[in-house]
Each structure stands twice: as structure tokens, then as C-alpha cells.
Write a protein that binds this ligand. Structure first.
Ligand code: DAT
Ligand code: MG
Length: 150
């Protein structure tokens, strides 16, 4: 497995329900390296671009309204195979199908309020990081990292 960076986002319901700290704790305790972190409101055009692959779906309008309903926490995480591994920690899209122990399995019930986003492929992670962190990522302690993972 190669070192990758993924885009994670705590959605507005996760923020409002005070789940920012417990969710971030899971990824950082696992050992992923924080490369970006910001608390922000989302414009409609940013939400529409992020979910552009879903623009033909009947739930697209409701999905965009949900993402712009309150601030989100945008997160960039680096680690070995982190794109796929973070999706495992997050759990299935529909919380009714998410295993207990996953973030969605533990913290949500409704597909339309599933608390968190994670990139689904390395290609989409690259696109999403460019969209949400156009200013670039933070160069986080490469000396410690190489000592830890060499
Ligand atoms: P994921 O977020 O697991 O990558 P996705 O990319 O297929 O899932 O869809 C993006 C979001 O859209 C998802 O987190 C919740 C919402 N969504 C997906 N399918 C839905 C559906 N059938 N009804 C309502 N919302 C849906
Ligand atoms: Mg997706």
C-alpha cells in the first residue's frame, strides 16, 4: 500500500451534535497524519461541485441544502492506504447498513444525515483536496513521520 491523502468532512449534523472531537479522535488515534483542518461555511456552488457526480439523483437538491445548512469541518489526512481505510472507519453510506463500531454505525440513523464524508477513490481524493484545500496542505512534521514509519 502506498502513502495517500484523503478528504474527510464532518457534515453540518456532526458539527451541531458536537461530534467533531470524537470523530477526529478516531482518525488521529489510529495514526493518520493531519495535513489540513478548517471550520467553514460552504457555498452552494462549492457543495454542488463537490457532489457534481450525483447531480442527476433525485436527492441532489436536498443533499446540497443539507451540506450548506451549517458549518462543516474539512479535514485532510495522510497515511498508508488511507483512502480505503478511512472509508472502512466511516462505514456504509446508509447508517442502517453501517456496522456498529464504524462512525456512521455508531452516530447516525438516517442516510440524509450521515455525519461524515470520505473520498471514495484516490482519484476523487485528489480532486476533492484540490477543491476544499486549494490553498494547499500543511507540511506536518516530516522528520517525526519518517522516524516512525521508515
Ligand atoms: P458516500 O457519502 O458514502 O460516499 P455517496 O457518494 O453515494 O455516498 O452519496 C453522497 C451522499 O449523498 C451520502 O453520504 C448521503 C447522500 N445519499 C446517497 N444516497 C442517497 C439516497 N438514496 N437518499 C438520500 N441521500 C442519499
Ligand atoms: Mg461519495
Amino acid at each position: 500500500a502506498t502513502m495517500e491523502t484523503t478528504y474527510i468532512m464532518i457534515k453540518p449534523d456532526g458539527v451541531q451534535r458536537n461530534l467533531v472531537a470524537p470523530i477526529l479522535e478516531r482518525f488521529l488515534a489510529k495514526g493518520y497524519i493531519l495535513r489540513g483542518l478548517k471550520f467553514m461555511n460552504v457555498s452552494k456552488s462549492l457543495a454542488e461541485t463537490h457532489y457534481s457526480d450525483l447531480s442527476a439523483k433525485p436527492f441532489f437538491g436536498a443533499l446540497v441544502d443539507y451540506i450548506i445548512s451549517g458549518p462543516v469541518v474539512a479535514i485532510a489526512l495522510e497515511g498508508k492506504d488511507v483512502v480505503a481505510q478511512a472509508r472502512k472507519l466511516i462505514g456504509a453510506t446508509n447508517p442502517l447498513a453501517s456496522a456498529p463500531g464504524t462512525i456512521r454505525g455508531d452516530y447516525s440513523i438516517e442516510i440524509g444525515r450521515n455525519v461524515i464524508h470520505g473520498s471514495d477513490s484516490v482519484e476523487n481524493a485528489t480532486k476533492e483536496l484540490a477543491l476544499w484545500f486549494s490553498e494547499g496542505l500543511v507540511d506536518n512534521n516530516p522528520v517525526l513521520r519518517s522516524q516512525t514509519f521508515a
